[in-house]
Write a protein that binds this ligand. Sequence first.
Ligand SMILES: O=C(O)CCC(=O)C(=O)O
Ligand SMILES: [Fe+2]
Length: 393
Amino acid sequence: MAEGQGRKPLELSGALDKFGYEETTPEIGREYVNVNIVDDLLKAESADDLLRDLAITISRRGVVFFRAQTNLSNDLQKEFVHRLGQLAGKPEESSVHIFPLAPAHVPEGGTPDRHISYVNSVGFKYMFEKMPNMDKRRFDAAEWHTDIQFEPVPADYTSLRVIKLPETGGDTLWASGYELYNRLSKPYQSFVDGLTVTCRADCVLMAIRNRGEKIEEGERGNPLNTGTALTAVHPVVRTNPVTGWKSIFAVGQFSKRINEVNQYESDELLKKFYGMIQDNHDLQCRFKWRNPHDIAIWDNRSVFHRATFDYMNLGERSGNRAVGIGEAPYFDPGSKSRAEALGLVKEPQSNGAPATGHAKACPSMAAGGGAVCPKMAAMAANGAAAGGNGMAH
Ligand SMILES: O=C(O)CCC(=O)C(=O)O
Ligand SMILES: [Fe+2]
């Protein structure tokens, strides 16, 4: 049995209830208002309860934001992300990731630190200019991905604190992997459950080949993350140990090949998952960085994210990223989708379309086969909006 399989999801204690927040969209994202991570959480008397509840909240909402955390140093940011993971039950051997390449550019005032990745526009420019076949479009919007998916033991929580902002632009987007899974029909879910995907860091391997850069071969946050292969096999449907919910995990630039099907089918499936994110913007959220030291923390097990490179003439953008290492990904066949766990599953009609509102209560429509409700048809003819269960008859 894979490690973590059968693990019980974590429950909130309510420790965070005293803080105000706004849900970014119904599906994903939460922004806490007027909370200082250092004073109100890390150094609070009940820090463990607060941080455990925050980890659970990040895992449930996918991504959480705090504004203007000006007293959060690199060291505290690393401690923060590591403690979130520990309190949410990550294995003892997992710590904070070391990116396999040394940063191409440590921004002014930044100290070289192998546990911090500098997400810096000057560094990107340097990197992109040296990349063959880098077309304009890919320069404007990075690709959807989940961080360091090429490691055998990849990320749980990533924290990104943006320190230097352009005049405008540089928003980051997140998309819910839970909801990608929810939007597949039952037979499709059964088909993808249990498949595996090979992930590889081609961009890093290319930098080594083309620019002769040296790889960090020592432990990168876990004894299993070593060597130069930068390749791992993971489940296509991953169970999040904190929520117990299933998520599609095979999305983005590192996901190369679905192993149990032929090349053509693998290409099709990967394209389908990626396309579902692009076609369903109601499972995404977008964050506008407004102040230096705004911070986002997300759960890479169940969300994807994407940077926007639309600010190149509008000033430098620079962020400090600390990435926690979680557990080896697993698929627990006993786990549920988020919709099933929360009782949000809609009953399918015989034509496969989900029955909602009036359609559930109406005897004509419940008969299926595309039968039309006479009352709704009459109301539509009168120009009235038909909806809700209030029209049951
Ligand atoms: O710069 C951004 O908006 C996000 C970059 C990114 O992918 C990351 O920090 O993991
Ligand atoms: Fe990333």
